[in-house]
Design a protein around this ligand. Structure first.
Ligand SMILES: C[S@@+](CC[C@H](N)C(=O)[O-])C[C@H]1O[C@@H](n2cnc3c(N)ncnc32)[C@H](O)[C@@H]1O
Length: 441
């Protein structure tokens, strides 16, 4: 890529790939940024433009819809209009005139020879700045919230059906706020030393309201520090950090982490082990490299073994009652991660919830055969749909009467039912579900 690329041209290039060609935003953006010579500030601007435009796509589409009077035949036009509308409507520090000038330059750069695209862009953006933002009538709350919070209608309806209109408003509003910078401090390092080094580096760590070993940092970038590289801490959401805490470890046990990559919870389990070992499975061999890298960085590689298999066939590889503890951190729709991964809202649909449920139940059914008597099985998801959470628990118990739910109390939160559901607006964390079972002796 040439040295003349700007933050906006890189953002636009990425958005064309994501919105028109269906590429993943993080992969496209990282590729484009890696080959650029942008300053850190410009990299941040490009990142903000890409993720902001994707996050607010439904809202931005609505703002532009009535103003687009001609067919947008060139591929770059719609992404450029969306990205410019995002700047006009969300970035107070960038004057509208600057957005229009930049859009003009980009239209000339990305348009065909003799293209009149820049005139189209100019006309639409001028009309938008004159008219300002609009919202649909509140009489249809599904449509209103869908546009206002930029969430597909099926998902808004699903939220309202499950949590009512008021709570849905809170949840949707909260997931459009920036995600917190949470880190989990390794239990093998001295918390106070790590915290004081974070303070010295200007991260201003604050206590997490949910997890006793997580801190909330004032800004990102911690992966570049020696604290991260030396395994004193890792990047993990507060709610995700609670899953492993649901186990009662003795330290000498054999543990199975059935769906382990990239290994956030594998390393957390390994930190509890003395003579024990955690066997980390994943269906994708390639992803297990991340688990091994994580284990090495966090200084627990001696306690981690990786095996690439489908957890629905785990009993073909391991003997009956081989494990004292099993974690199923299942593949799921990720609806609890809407704040952190803005694309999830557009890529999932209602049918996914039931097809994922089948996989989740098949994994639980299979691994339940290799758990020892009195062993602990923890099931978790980073979603909040009942199909993948409470319904899975209900169906698993129906077909496995030898298992029971076990209440658990963690340092800052607990459950009397054995099931803990954290919605994304309660603590500003990811949405998570954790259920703990015991195989009766
Ligand atoms: C939610 S992620 C796990 C996150 C991980 N536990 C952590 O804390 O870093 C689910 C993982 O399950 C894996 N997976 C999906 N289907 C699987 C299957 N049938 N057997 C084993 N792993 C599977 C995916 O590749 C993905 O890495």
């Amino acid at each position: 890529m040439s040295k003349t690329k700007t933050a906006r041209s890189i953002a636009l290039e990425t958005l064309i790939r994501v919105l028109q060609d269906g590429s993943y935003s993080n992969i496209s953006l990282n590729n484009n940024l890696r080959h650029s010579n942008l300053s850190v500030a410009d990299q941040n601007l490009a990142t903000r433009l890409v993720y902001g435009t994707i996050q607010y796509r439904i809202y931005l589409d609505y703002q532009l819809h009535d103003l687009i009077k001609t067919k947008l035949s060139e591929k770059y036009l719609k992404p450029l209009l969306l990205m410019s509308a995002y700047q006009i409507l969300f970035l107070d520090k960038v004057p509208n005139r600057a957005v229009l000038d930049e859009a003009n330059k980009l239209a000339k750069q990305f348009g065909r020879h003799h293209s009149s695209g820049f005139r189209i862009v100019n006309g639409i953006l001028r009309s938008l700045t004159r008219r300002g933002p609009i919202l649909p009538d509140k009489s249809n709350p599904v449509k209103y919230l869908s546009i206002k919070e930029s969430i597909p209608e099926w998902l808004v309806k699903y939220f309202i059906d499950n949590w009512g209109e008021k709570r849905t408003e809170n949840i949707l509003n909260s997931i459009n706020k920036p995600a917190k910078n949470s880190v989990r401090l390794s239990s093998l390092s001295r918390f106070q030393d790590t915290l004081s080094q974070l303070r010295k580096l200007g991260y201003d760590p604050k206590e997490s309201g949910l997890s006793s070993h997580d801190s909330i940092l004032a800004h990102g970038g911690v992966a570049e520090t020696s604290l991260f590289k030396e395994g004193k801490l890792t990047i993990q959401d507060e709610a995700a950090s609670l899953v492993v805490d649901a186990f009662d470890f003795s330290g000498d046990e054999q543990v199975l982490d059935a769906c382990s990559a990239p290994g956030g919870k594998t390393v957390q389990i390994a930190e509890h082990l003395t003579t024990g070992e955690v066997t980390a499975l994943d269906i994708h061999e390639k992803k297990l490299r991340l688990v091994r890298q994580n284990a090495k960085r966090m200084g627990v590689a001696d306690h981690v073994k990786t095996v690439a298999i489908d957890a629905r066939k785990a009993n073909e590889y391991f003997s009956d009652k081989q494990f004292a503890k099993i974690l199923v951190d299942a593949p799921c729709s990720g609806l609890g991660l809407l704040r952190r991964k803005p694309e999830i809202r557009y890529t999932k649909n209602k049918n996914d919830l039931l097809s994922l449920q089948k996989i989740q139940l098949a994994i639980l059914d299979n691994v339940s055969r290799i758990l020892e008597k009195n062993g602990e099985l923890v099931y978790s998801t980073c979603t909040i749909s009942h199909e993948e959470d409470e319904d899975v628990v209900k169906q698993f118990l129906k077909h496995h009467p030898d298992f029971e739910l076990v209440p658990f109390q963690l340092e800052k939160i607990g459950t009397k039912t054995g099931m803990l559901k954290i919605l994304p607006d309660s603590y500003g964390s990811d949405g998570f579900f954790i259920a703990k079972f015991r195989l009766r002796g």
